[in-house]
Ligand binder design. Structure first.
Ligand SMILES: O=C(CO)[C@@H](O)[C@H](O)[C@H](O)[C@H](O)COP(=O)(O)O
Ligand SMILES: [Zn+2]
Length: 196
């Protein structure tokens, strides 16, 4: 039986190992700050629970995380039902994110591609479209090497093969990226007041 304590222990075991991913998580955070400082935007894609993570993170960039600062450009490619259904219906399901990358992406933008398996065809197609545009790609995946992990500029691989445990780590990392991006832009606001 899957008791709550057994799930908690599994979650803790994954989180205890996350410090080993510190360098890639920090490198991805620095890339996001750089992208936004250079007036690029952040696009996000993923399926199911990861689609929810995309919307969650985009909301924190556009609105706020913990502090007031300027609005930051981030778009979850998971939200527009007209675009998603037309792409799936007229082309195929693998095009639902890539079509939006083709329409919205620029070379200075960064795509955050979230897939616990690293095997979702629509996420991989979005990464290929982003690379064709010269965009950087940050992948959040699970432990296994995958097509997604091989394609991305930076991949954070969570040391688990359990979808839910991987997703729990993904949102922790997403929140940390929101925090450091917010710090970078609130310092910019303070510096502008101090040095008009
Ligand atoms: O949230 C969960 C499970 O926790 C599910 O909705 C899960 O996200 C879906 O099965 C996704 O389709 C899985 O896709 P992926 O992470 O392998 O790319
Ligand atoms: Zn879930």
């Amino acid at each position: 039986m899957r008791t709550f304590l057994s799930i908690l222990a599994q979650h803790q075991a994954v989180f205890e190992q996350l410090a080993n991913n510190n360098d890639t998580i920090e490198a991805a955070g620095a890339l996001l700050i750089d992208t936004l400082k250079q007036e690029g935007k952040v696009l996000l894609c993923g399926n199911g629970g990861s689609a929810a993570d995309c919307q969650h993170i985009a909301a924190e960039f556009v609105v706020r995380y913990e502090k007031d600062r300027k609005a930051l450009p981030a778009i979850a490619l998971t939200t527009d039902t007209s675009i998603l259904t037309a792409s799936a219906n007229d082309f195929d399901f693998n095009s639902v994110f890539s079509r939006q990358v083709e329409a919205l992406g620029n070379a200075h933008d960064c795509l955050i591609a979230i897939s616990t398996s690293g095997r979702s065809g629509n996420v991989i197609a979005a990464v290929k479209a982003a690379k064709a545009k010269g965009m950087n790609v940050i992948a959040l995946t699970g432990h296994n090497e995958s097509e997604l992990s091989r394609l991305a500029s930076i991949t954070v691989k969570i040391p688990s093969t359990v979808t839910a445990r991987i997703q729990e780590a993904h949102i922790l990392i997403g929140h940390w990226w929101c925090a450091i991006v917010e710090d970078a832009f609130s310092e910019e606001a303070v510096n502008a007041v101090d040095n008009p």
